[in-house]
Design a protein around this ligand. Sequence first.
Ligand SMILES: *Cc1c(COP(=O)(O)O)cnc(C)c1O
Length: 458
Amino acid sequence: MKYISTRGQSEPVDFVGACLAGLAPDGGLYVPETFPSIAPAKPGETYTQVAARILSAFAGDTLSLDELEGLCEKAYGTFAHQSVAPLTQTGPASWQLELHHGPTLAFKDVAMQLIGQLYDHLLAKTGQRMTIMCATSGDTGGAAAAAFAGAKNANLVILHPFERISPVQRLFMTTTGAENVFNLALDSDFDTCQTIVKSLFSDRDFVTRVGLSGVNSINWVRIAAQMVYYATAQAALAQPIRFVVPSGNMGDALAGYVAARCGMLTGGLEIVCAVNENDSLARIFNTGVMAREAAVSTPSPAMDISIPSNFERLLFELSGRDSDVVRSAYNSFAQSGEAVLPENVTSRLACSGMKAASVSNLDTMAEMKRVEAETGWLICPHTAVGTHVARSLPKADVATVVLATASPAKFPETVLEATGRDCPLPDRVKGLRDQEEVFERIEPNLGAVRARVEEITG
Ligand SMILES: *Cc1c(COP(=O)(O)O)cnc(C)c1O
């Protein structure tokens, strides 16, 4: 299985290459040359078995199914729930898919725990040492810190927008005590952090010198790992499902799209991306125009993202895998902050089964309160964006699954404000608040970050 760049100007790479590279040298995102056909999950198959099967379809003969099952077992053994991603019913035809039973209480753990195992395995094989960089809007950083703390063959450098993430989100990445984890706080928004990371990746000298690798949702392995719960939910419900996915960088929603393309979902594809007041994605869907806007702060900080990176992969598919279309859209976007998508792309988007809807800050808070009143449950603000969208959809009898992307305990301040209730951390992470935090403030520009990474890697 080869991986090609959405921008068409990089050499194809194998699975290991795609896995360790993150971004392609031409600035594009890696996608498999063709989508493999993968048998749907069967009732009775364990999460780990489905995960290993999916990974195996993408890894080709790089790793055996046995090896992959071993890695998946280790990765998902860290979860507090044996089902890994349990489904809970919330109404006659509605469910939540709980993705927050991992070490840092958000769905990023699902992919990151696996990536940690995979990197460890691959780097130990080759004796390579790498510098993993990630920009985080809150949850990826903590998940990566949990996955890589103490790793023998890798340093992890995390960029986060200072004071734009929740205190618990920050604690998860700053308290590992591991010498190979570095936290850089930038006075900026997430998009600036992400742009800096992307610029570092486009500097080929730098990439080779420091052995740079990326674990943001631009990494294909994350997409593959996130396909698994779509497949297990499908097996559990055994009927066509409409998925509602709280979205930021769109990695989670794209995984659903790919699961459908690989034949793992029955019935037509329907995935609704639920976004907050950072509604660029909804605008792209509604107007066909991709426009840069400054990200605004909302109660769902992990989704405070202006332009979702993974839209590029969807654009590649919608254009009929035409890398010229992708390149010209992103060049125009880079130059003028705006790109108008071609007519054939917007018409395909309209009938792709992918949709997007945005929810205001006020509605998000009201939704948390409503769910608490109706069910006694506390939900996280990101999940609330999803459940709000789900309620507004037509055809209430279609089985609707909202991805519950984080535990409410990760956002206790917001939960308290919305519902008047306290939401303590679960016992398994209770000690978090007593740990010492380690992070550094750094100027929000490319030069400063590059210099610091050079220093770290010696
Ligand atoms: C990252 C994140 C999202 C958005 O996921 P994307 O893959 O970036 O679209 C939603 N909710 C939570 C809690 C997250 O951490």
